[in-house]
Design a protein around this ligand. Structure first.
Ligand SMILES: [Mg+2]
Length: 229
């Protein structure tokens, strides 16, 4: 009998995306001399809001990966006092690189991630299913050393579907030759990860790192990956 499969989300689950994002945006704001806040909202938080607003269009396929980057820069820079009306795509991309290079340099696995994968490896098949761009997520897995610990990383851009769609989970399982009933999905978002996995027939686990309160009696909840095995 083949080993049961554990599928992991990537950002916020194995890699500390929030810390990398904060370090990158703080560095960019400092280097560029941007204002510290916009009407009392810290500029770091403004960037996060601008990004969160752009992601749904990317995940729904209405923007390409490159386009969502340009939309974020085009929205953010005027708030920082930079005019963008005349900016060509190449110039927007150069601005985004100020953020992106710092973001990539800040990628770190969570302290519990490596231990968890090492512990489960002998008894389970391990893989990653993440919403995002395949080449960026592959790069993130490689640079953090996590790629060596799992079979493969499957990003939504290569499936043409994103979580929480059940089809994204099923397409990933088909690629892995695995069955939903013997697969566990672990992620830091209650609805997009844990509940969506359950709805697709997998065992969904919510990794509630921030100890957010809220009703989640319908899925298994863990506070750290140490609690998974
Ligand atoms: Mg996540």
């Amino acid at each position: 009998m083949s080993k049961p499969l554990v599928l992991f989300d990537l950002d916020g689950t194995l890699v500390d995306h929030d810390a990398a994002e904060l370090s990158a945006i703080t560095g960019w704001i400092g280097a560029a001399g941007f204002p510290a806040d916009v009407d009392g909202v810290p500029s770091e938080q403004v960037w996060r809001q601008v990004s969160e607003a752009a992601f749904p269009d990317y995940f729904a396929g209405r923007l390409t990966f490159e386009e969502q980057r340009r939309v974020r820069v085009r929205t953010f820079l005027p708030m920082m006092g930079v005019r963008v009306e005349e900016m060509a795509d190449a110039e927007l991309d150069r601005h985004f690189l100020e953020y992106r290079s710092r973001y990539e340099a800040s990628w770190q696995p969570f302290p519990d991630a490596v231990d968890c994968l090492l512990r489960l490896r002998s008894t389970h098949r391990l893989a990653v299913l993440t919403n995002g761009d395949q080449s960026q997520q592959d790069d993130k897995m490689r640079r953090t050393g996590l790629a060596a610990l799992v079979e493969t990383t499957i990003a939504s851009s290569s499936l043409g579907m994103s979580k929480p769609m059940a089809g994204a989970f099923h397409a990933a399982l088909t690629r892995l030759g695995a069955d939903p009933t013997t697969t566990t999905y672990v992620g830091d978002r209650l609805d997009t990860d844990a509940r969506a996995a359950c709805a697709a027939g997998l065992a969904g686990v919510w990794l509630n790192r921030a100890a957010d309160s809220g009703e989640a009696r319908d899925v298994r909840v863990i506070a750290t990956l140490d609690d998974l095995p």
